[in-house]
Design a protein around this ligand. Structure first.
Ligand code: NAD
Length: 466
């Protein structure tokens, strides 16, 4: 019997993972990508941002260290070196994915794919060369694009998106970041560390909507203490070019005010990349993105869609998991997609990791109890000179089970992996383990013990505490 022929459109984390999984299951796979393999995540998103933030973290440690007291003489020179290193990191990872694909004999075509119907894709390659691909099933993974707002369209020079921000060769003196979401907060950390005067303008009543409020309140306090200005419930009304810079008029709860800056960075979210060929071929959309059923199949039979384009949760690991599931369904499995429990990690300074329910969500389900443990009381955090932040554990009062863990502090993304496995378990299941010393997981254990007032490295709780 001939193996199935599958065409994947889009080579980001959703698409390339789907291609590999389908090949593992015996399909003949063609992957069409118009740009570079790796998509936004590898080329313009997660990887380049985190490569830059990794260097910024090092710089911050050296600057704040009482031993090294390093102050860069030429921050722009440093930025150029960071950008060069970031490019090497991206190149290495892209080559790695290309190697993986070729090892699975996935045929990669560089070109722009247009869906014709549920069995055919037209690829337009350079110089208007066209090729028609026939397929038993098609997987759509076209990703998302930066959202813009009506009076603030990026000119890619002064008004930029994260794409240009990752390529800057000079540190801007002042940067106004419109949007205090993941990108806004991470890039605020980066440019602030390099010496830019950073202002965030967020339309909602707080930055990082959806993240545990107490964590966000504390991050905001640390940001403001360090000199990052934050306007919430605020919006940019007007942007004017003035000499070599920009003049902004912003509307804040305290009234209208002016701001001058060198660059405006737009970070107001992303929107699914739904091209007109998809709709013409009969793919239906919802307000979030491409419409799919629980098997990730679109309204066209045998055409599946995954990742940012379906708009459920725009995160690379979600796209990867959906890629695996959709390919398995194409190959005859009947797996249903259920929104998974996933850690939300923000690589700001301090870092944030959030798993499970927020305090507000947990309270809606019944009585809760809360434990907190500050990194200032954890030897590893102190010796690493990263004592800011704490861990908050939310548990059910009746069941003693862990409902949510929220971390603001060093290596929160690593702690999140352990935290993920703790959700739904009893407090005692984790506290019975002895952790290595001195380590950050000791703080996680103490936060769990504090839920019942039993943390050792905290002063005796006030009377009246549960
Ligand atoms: P986002 O949705 O996280 O945040 C956008 C922010 O802009 C929100 O706070 C929103 O209220 C605000 N906003 C919208 N319109 C505005 C306006 N007119 N004026 C002022 N503020 C406005 O989006 P993002 O930060 O652009 O990130 C894009 C995507 O990339 C997200 O889906 C995010 O999940 C993902 N991402 C993830 C990570 C990570 O996992 N660490 C990092 C970066 C990006």
């Amino acid at each position: 019997m001939d193996s199935k022929q599958i065409v994947v459109i889009g080579g980001g984390p959703g698409g390339y993972v789907a291609a590999i999984r389908a090949a593992q299951l015996g399909a003949r796979v063609t992957l069409v990508e118009k740009d570079r393999i790796g998509g936004t995540c590898l080329n313009r998103g997660c990887i380049p941002t985190k490569a830059l933030l990794q260097d910024a973290k090092l710089l911050r440690s050296l600057k704040n260290s009482p031993v090294f007291r390093y102050e860069p003489l030429n921050p722009s020179g440093l930025l150029r070196s960071m950008v060069e290193r970031k490019e090497k990191v991206v190149d290495e990872l892209v080559k790695g994915i290309e190697f993986l694909l070729s090892s699975y004999r996935v045929k990669v075509i560089q070109g722009e794919a247009h869906l014709l119907n549920s069995k055919r894709v037209e690829v337009i390659k350079g110089r208007n060369e066209r090729e028609i691909l026939e397929a038993d099933a098609i997987l759509l993974a076209p990703g998302s694009v930066s959202r813009s707002i009506p009076h603030l369209s990026p000119d890619r020079e002064k008004i930029i998106t994260s794409d240009e921000a990752l390529e800057l060769r000079e540190v801007p003196q002042e940067m106004v970041i419109v949007g205090g979401g993941y990108i806004g907060v991470e890039l605020a950390t980066f440019f602030h560390t390099l010496g830019s005067k950073v202002t965030i303008v967020e339309i909602l009543d707080n930055i990082l909507p959806g993240i545990e409020e107490e964590v966000v309140r504390n991050l905001r306090r640390i940001f403001e203490k360090e000199g990052i200005q934050i306007f919430t419930n605020s919006s940019v009304e007007e942007v004017r070019k003035e000499g070599t810079g920009l003049e902004l008029k912003i509307d804040t709860p305290k009234g209208k005010m002016g701001l001058s800056c060198e660059k405006v960075l737009l970070a107001v979210g992303r929107t699914p990349n739904i091209t007109s060929d998809l709709t013409q071929a009969g793919i239906e959309n919802t307000p979030e993105g491409i419409k799919v059923n629980s098997y990730l199949e679109t309204t066209l039979p045998n055409v599946y869609a995954i990742g940012d384009a379906i708009g459920e949760t725009m995160l690379a690991p979600i796209a990867m998991a959906q890629g695996v599931l959709a390919s398995e369904n194409v190959m005859g499995f009947k797996r249903q997609w259920k929104k998974p429990l996933i850690p939300l990690c923000i690589f700001s300074y301090p870092e944030i990791a959030s798993v499970g329910l927020t305090e507000k969500e947990a309270k809606e389900r019944g009585p809760i109890k809360i434990g907190r443990f500050p990194f200032r009381s954890n030897p590893k955090a102190i010796l690493s000179a990263e004592p800011e932040g704490w861990i908050k554990v939310i548990a059910s009062q009746k069941e003693d089970t862990i409902l949510g863990i929220h971390i603001l502090g060093p290596d929160a993304n690593i702690l999140a992996s352990v935290a993920l496995t703790m959700i739904g378990g009893k407090l005692g299941e984790f506290t019975r383990f002895i952790q290595a010393h001195p380590t950050l997981p000791e703080a996680l254990r103490e936060a769990c013990l504090d839920v019942d007032g039993l943390a050792i490295h905290l002063p005796k709780p006030f009377r009246g505490r549960p």
